[in-house]
Design a protein around this ligand. Sequence first.
Ligand code: NAP
Length: 268
Amino acid sequence: MKFWVNNNGKEESVQAADKIRRELIAHDFVLDQKAPSLVISVGGDGTLLSTFHAYIDHLDTVKFVALHTGHLGFYSDWTDDEIDELVARIIEQGDDIPATSYPLIDVEIDAKDGSVIKGTAINEVIVRRLSALTLKTQVDIDNEYFESFRGDGLCFATPTGSTAYSKSIGGALIHPKVNVFQMVEIASINNRVYRTISSPIVIPADQIVHLYPQDAEDYVVNFDGKVVKLKDTECIKAQLSPQRAQFAQYRHRHFWTRVETAFLGKND
Ligand code: NAP
């Protein structure tokens, strides 16, 4: 089987990645950066995000597995004291990789000059002003007017991204089995002119959110932490992607246990 290992620069990650490469190659697995079936991310959830984006054009053929060289993560469900077990499972399963898949968000940005920017995120897409000024935008949901937003910005989060930035701004935690995305406000202004719902909204897979920004000169869209600057935006369209990210599931980790471990700690 063809595989690739992507690691961050931390010494522990470099060593863990080297060990995985050596052991898999010794069992006739082939390193192939261009067309791997399995991509192993070594570092943290942040490393998995960059690994995911490096293979964004290969989502049909690639399965990801992530090892954390720190604490357990949300995507990274193996830790570096479990390398031997992970490698043994990879060898045992061979081409027959057990997998689960997670929802993604697609965003399309139409500029006034007719140009189009498209992007996909596994955590979230954030729309905000580049300057300290507020984002003013009409929000339509499922092709109907919904609200007139004014505030710092809007965040569109996937279920697996619901434990990341979205949680910090009051979004709900959504189990990755639920095929939806949520729109979460960032510091909205509510007065007679601008009135927003002020709660996170969970949007089904077949509905699209359209933003029609006013004075649309200096907006930025942030895809999983990667910033794209916009000019003269006509419309921003956010929806659940028809594609999903496939993760190798060499063992099952309960989502709510991960949430409890990450945010609450063990109850004695
Ligand atoms: P970073 O600023 O270096 O790290 C952000 C933190 O978010 C790291 O601790 C990372 O975990 C964690 N994280 C990433 N995805 C997560 C997920 N799905 N659930 C729970 N925690 C998650 O940035 P980065 O490493 O490039 O990651 C970019 C992501 O950071 C963005 O997509 C955004 O969601 C998140 N972020 C959050 C805040 C906030 O909560 N206020 C602010 C900025 C960015 P690891 O330590 O395992 O890498």
